[in-house]
Write a protein that binds this ligand. Structure first.
Ligand SMILES: *Cc1c(COP(=O)(O)O)cnc(C)c1O
Length: 353
């Protein structure tokens, strides 16, 4: 991959916005540079400081903490307002609107297509195999044209729950000249060794997305992570909005990193609950198929999914109807809840089958 020729031409000579804090870094006792309100925030939150101050545009503290936790160099870590922001930035980084295209593999996460459309970028869809929900590198590489700038894998895939084949993704990284994005939002629920993170060193065109929204239990703070070569990370920093990660979010995330043990314990509990729920769903009469899951949700097939979905709503139980996808006719997706929630869900579902 040649990053400078992959970049959107208008970004090649971009001078990024210089924030007050990017012009001065170091210790000072008097900060009168950013037109902040020195009287402070009218709201006080325990454990949260500096709400009257602009956050660090480079998130040095938070990225360092994450770097230490996961043993990934800081210059290979980017933070976004959820993965959603990173997906949008990647599109804006390499795709010329009205001209370039991306490749996605439905049925998958809906955001890739919507974000592409917002940016006036074409979407080429290669459908996953309807049995295995995977796709061969050969097929992908054949579909690539000079206008293809980004390929989005989702592994584990939402809504099917399975991992994509690593060898096939690696083959695409090796042969494709654009960026290969692997969205690993659910990777912490998969078996160890399923992540593509270690391939980062071999492929400067590989971008891995993770998030605080799922395993970390912090969807509300909107914090997404991207891991990539320093050159790619550097460009993301140049084109993001200067203060994208706010004070509240960074301080909560820093506190969460201190609670790694609790987070890991909950992941193990969730995995156990998921495996048990799969078995329980399989034992219910009227369930046609339960798909394997490497995530914190389960996709399953019934006879009349829409009807069951609606009847569950009447009982106050909300799951996701996924049957609109041609490949996923009559499927429903349920998120694995707490043991108590799962115990409530099963009889509610079973009474409708
Ligand atoms: C939930 C989810 C995310 C997380 O998005 P955030 O913007 O980080 O909350 C990313 N990708 C997939 C496939 C998801 O299902």
């Amino acid at each position: 991959m040649n990053l400078s020729s992959l970049l959107r031409p208008n970004l090649k000579n971009l001078t990024p916005y210089a924030t007050a804090r990017s012009e001065f870094s170091g210790d000072a006792s008097l900060f009168l540079d950013a037109n902040e309100n020195a009287f402070g925030s009218p709201v006080n939150l325990e454990g949260i400081k500096n709400l009257n101050r602009y956050p660090d545009p480079f998130q040095i503290k938070l990225r360092s903490a994450f770097s230490k936790l996961r043993k990934i160099p800081r210059d290979q870590i980017f933070l976004g307002v959820g993965s959603d922001e990173v997906i949008d930035l990647l599109l804006r980084m390499v795709c010329i609107p009205g001209q370039d295209e991306i490749i996605i593999f439905p049925p998958s996460y809906g955001i890739y297509e919507v974000a592409a459309k917002i940016n006036d970028v074409k979407v080429k869809k290669l459908f996953l195999n309807s049995e295995t929900f995977t796709i061969a590198a050969e097929k992908i590489l054949k579909a690539v044209t000079t206008k293809t700038k980004l390929i989005f894998f989702c592994s584990p895939n939402n809504p099917t729950g399975n991992l994509m084949n690593k060898e096939e993704m690696i083959e695409v990284c090796r042969k494709f000249q654009g960026l290969v994005v692997v969205d690993e939002a659910y990777i912490d629920f998969a078996e160890k060794g399923s992540s593509m993170l270690s391939e980062r060193k071999n492929f400067p065109n590989l971008v891995i997305l993770q998030t605080f929204s799922k395993a970390w239990g912090l969807a509300g703070i909107r914090l997404g992570l991207a891991f990539a070569s320093p050159a790619v990370i550097d460009i993301l920093f140049k084109i993001k909005s200067p203060y994208n990660i706010n004070q509240l979010t960074s301080q909560v995330a820093l506190q969460a990193i201190q609670k790694q043990t609790l987070v890991k314990k909950r992941i193990r509990t969730l995995q156990k609950e998921r495996d048990q729920l799969i078995l329980q769903l399989k034992s219910l009469k009227g369930i046609k198929k339960v798909f394997p899951s490497a995530s914190n949700f389960i996709l399953f097939k019934v006879l009349n999914a829409k009807k069951i979905y609606k009847a569950l709503i009447k009982k106050g139980v909300i799951i996701r109807f996924r049957g609109n996808d041609s490949m996923l006719k009559n499927t429903l997706r349920v998120t694995v809840g707490t043991p108590e929630e799962n115990k409530r869900f099963l009889p509610a579902l079973s009474s409708l089958l």
